[in-house]
Design a protein around this ligand. Sequence first.
Ligand code: ATR
Length: 287
Amino acid sequence: VLVRKQGLDSHTILYGVFGDPVRHSKSPVMLNRAFDVAGINAAYGAFHILPGTLKDAVAGIRALGFRGVNVTVPHKLEVMSYLDEIDEGARVIGAVNTVVNEGGRLIGYNTDGIGYIRSLKEETGIELKGRKVLMIGAGGAARGVGYALAQEGAEHIYIANRTKEKALDLADALGGYGSISGHGLDEIHELAGDAALIVNNTLVGMYPNVDEVPMDISLIREDHVVSDLIYNPLETRLLREAREKQGATVHSGLGMFIYQGAYAFEYWTGQPAPVEAMRKAVLDSFG
Ligand code: ATR
């Protein structure tokens, strides 16, 4: 077990996560471990930022000289109004999860989508160029993932959602970045066969509703990669049955969480993130 060798001192570089709620966040455990392993004198805290106080909290980043923060639910959209510059990806996705303080200038990024892609590729080896993808869900998480998948050169992305209109809207919003269409959940049986990758972007199957699945498992084949953004539980029923019953390759949402943090670390420090140590810190904290 690594212990913090350095206590806080007058050189410690400060970071944190802004959220409401925030006490469940695994980001402090993950990023403090990353700073320790990299030998960086830094500290990362969890800040419970209540509605209506986000603007002051962002002013605090500048005033106190924090190098950066992560931003989580429900502040990812509102924070954009208080920043000096917003990266193109974050603008298209419509959400910022990482802020970098460049000498008082605050720049917003979104590392969720690119984090998802990096973990998907490293953990499954899938090549996305020229392949078709079926995304289930069209909420906030799906926006980041859909944008990043389109950037990877997927041949076509089907977005299927319970509320079909939201799938059509998201396909429209991301249409400039690739070939994308919106569908209802009732069309999944016609779309799954064509897809190399199936991604669950919905909350279906998340704790405590661990028996729910977002699609008919019998549509999954051995040559599918099935991916779930959920990481509580670490393996959803969708992934377990895709793997055990259908023989598919599966990819859990934990990787997306680890790599969105890894990109944030890299934007802040300019150093490669110690990804395996970060993963271990998060897994250890689950007990
Ligand atoms: P997030 O930011 O995690 O993506 P969100 O923006 O609230 O959360 O989106 C939740 C997604 O899960 C949506 O696609 C939602 O479908 P609707 O747009 O029809 O609401 C989907 N979802 C949530 N509960 C669902 C359920 N029981 N069955 C199917 N889809 C569900």
